[in-house]
Structures are given as structure tokens and as C-alpha cells.
Design a protein around this ligand. Structure first.
Ligand code: FES
Length: 142
């Protein structure tokens, strides 16, 4: 029996941690402005990207995410002064841990996206979905 075409194509699940003040409004504006981006993302709003503990990313993988995007304000726009900088430092450590656990580093991404940069949000999501689609499912699921 032939499989339906949709059953053969892997559709990644991407968890997006988006800062309440910049990236979440960018995601919202992308929708309002009818910018197309894949429906593969599940957005989790956080007050600051500095609040996204690396363990949250690992938990997302444990729960079946195929990729995780952490997004927030540019350094100078962070509402908590040093949150975005802290997130950038944490991200370097996260990359090392993810690699140590056997995940490809391309499964995670950090982006600084202001509320006005909604086209960038849509572009980043498209790129990430394409990239993770090429990598295949989360190795924990295989
Ligand atoms: S408030 Fe947006 S990254 Fe800190």
C-alpha cells in the first residue's frame, strides 16, 4: 500500500523561547502583517531571554522538540539591562552541552530580534525549520 506523500515528509517541531518585549511582539507583528512562516513553531513567551535557563532547552529536547530557538532583545534594548548579555554567555555553554549530548549544534539557535524586526523573525523561523528538516528528527526520538 502506497503511503500518502505527507507521511513521508518529516516536519520538525521547533520550540521558540521569545522575549515578551521584543521577539514575541515581532512574532505577533509577523502574523498581523501576514508574513508567511512555517507552522512548525511553538512559541513560549518569557519575560527576558536571560530567563531561559539552558535546562529549559534541554527539557524541550527531552520532550520531543527537534530544534530550539531562543530569541530576545538586542543587548541595548533588554528591559532587564543585562539579561540578553547573560543569555549570550549561557548560549555558548549550551552549545557545548548540546554537542556533548550528541545533538548537532544546528538544532539550537539564538537570535536578537526587536519588535520592529518582524520580517527577520519570519526569516529566522523559515531558515531554522529548513535546517532542522535536513537534520531529521531529534535523535532522542529515533
Ligand atoms: S527583556 Fe528582552 S531579552 Fe531581556
Amino acid at each position: 500500500m502506497a503511503k500518502k506523500k505527507s507521511q513521508n515528509k518529516f516536519e520538525p517541531k521547533i520550540v521558540v523561547f521569545a522575549c515578551n518585549w521584543c521577539s514575541y511582539p515581532a512574532a505577533d507583528s509577523a502574523g498581523i502583517n501576514r508574513m508567511q512562516y512555517p507552522p512548525n513553531v511553538r512559541i513560549i513567551r518569557t519575560m527576558c531571554m536571560g530567563r531561559v535557563n539552558p535546562s529549559f532547552v534541554l527539557k524541550a529536547f527531552e520532550m520531543g522538540a527537534d530544534g530550539v530557538l531562543v530569541s530576545g532583545c538586542h543587548f541595548e534594548d533588554c528591559h532587564y539591562s543585562f539579561g540578553a548579555r547573560k543569555a549570550a554567555e549561557q548560549y555558548k555553554k549550551l552549545e557545548a552541552v548540546v554537542k556533548m549530548l550528541g545533538f548537532e549544534k544546528e538544532r539550537i539557535r539564538q537570535e536578537f530580534i526587536s519588535a520592529a524586526e518582524f520580517p527577520k523573525f519570519a526569516t529566522v523561523v523559515r531558515e531554522m525549520v529548513d535546517q532542522v528538516r535536513k537534520l531529521g528528527p531529534n535523535p532522542l526520538k529515533v
